[in-house]
Design a protein around this ligand. Sequence first.
Ligand SMILES: Cc1cc2nc3c(=O)[nH]c(=O)nc-3n(C[C@H](O)[C@H](O)[C@H](O)COP(=O)(O)OP(=O)(O)OC[C@H]3O[C@@H](n4cnc5c(N)ncnc54)[C@H](O)[C@@H]3O)c2cc1C
Length: 299
Amino acid sequence: MAGVSAHPLGLQQQMSLRDYTTWKVGGPAAWLAEPADQQQLQALLSWSLEHKLPLRCIGAGSNLLVADGGLGGLTVCLRRLQGSRLDTAAGVVEALAGEPIPTLARKAARAGLAGLEWAVGIPGTVGGAVVMNAGAQGGCIADCLESVQLLDPADPGAVVELRASELDYAYRHSRLQQEPWIVLAARFRLQSGQDPAEVSRRTSANLQSRTNSQPYQQPSCGSVFRNPEPHKAGQLIEALGLKGQRIGDAQVSPIHANFIVNCGAASAADIAALIARVQQRVQEAHGITLHTEVKRLGF
Ligand SMILES: Cc1cc2nc3c(=O)[nH]c(=O)nc-3n(C[C@H](O)[C@H](O)[C@H](O)COP(=O)(O)OP(=O)(O)OC[C@H]3O[C@@H](n4cnc5c(N)ncnc54)[C@H](O)[C@@H]3O)c2cc1C
């Protein structure tokens, strides 16, 4: 359903979230807004407080399974809150929460700053990557994050700064996943004085190796399951012959078994059912519980 776009805060009602997730599924948000700057974001937080509406923040929606029934309250998508500042000599990079992490990786490489080469194939925002401790090819956010600027929805006027060491980083985990805070911006410490051509070459090679081995042409959320150390979720699933398994238009990717792809008209319910089937089969065969990396909203 089309939203009502004339609201002064850019609020839209009953807005489908399908185009706000990389899986291309999900029902409508009761209220949706995409602030373009910090002031708009703070005004939206105040509005949700005033109307006593629950608030959720999303980035590029590349790690989300949004229920077909949609989401109540206010959903704030930060993908328009873009921008970054690079201090090449000091190796310091500051980026707003909505900056695409691949864009930041490319900018850093061109400036001769090493440390984000692994991030180029992750289609999320800086905010989502900081919350998820996104990582690939041996690197992760926690390795280079120095500090974050946060907003507390209960006190929208105040910007709080926390150091990375205060965020309990671990494999695909940060304290931010349990807290209501909104990531406004992040500051990274990278290695300065590197050869831009060489950092760019490594960055491109990382992207190439991912597009060769992962189904980038179909809607997905990347890896569905966390790796149950010391195992790889994809290998456990593949060993059971589950590649290609389908429920509706949701399919365990024939290319990479830890990806579930939307072959066209999958619903969130199809995907959730396929996740449950894979979990059950792995539990029965290996006695291992697979936990999802993807965040479910509205279930
Ligand atoms: C093709 C593909 C490949 C992928 N490969 C990888 C990979 O190699 N490694 C990896 O780690 N991930 C990977 N992912 C998953 C995903 O891209 C990452 O988890 C990414 O960090 C999510 O960022 P996002 O902006 O899309 O966050 P979203 O999916 O929008 O949100 C993720 C979580 O963060 C919260 N959040 C988002 N922004 C904010 C904010 N500003 N403040 C507070 N909370 C916020 C949301 O509420 C949600 O809980 C892949 C996904 C796809 C589609």
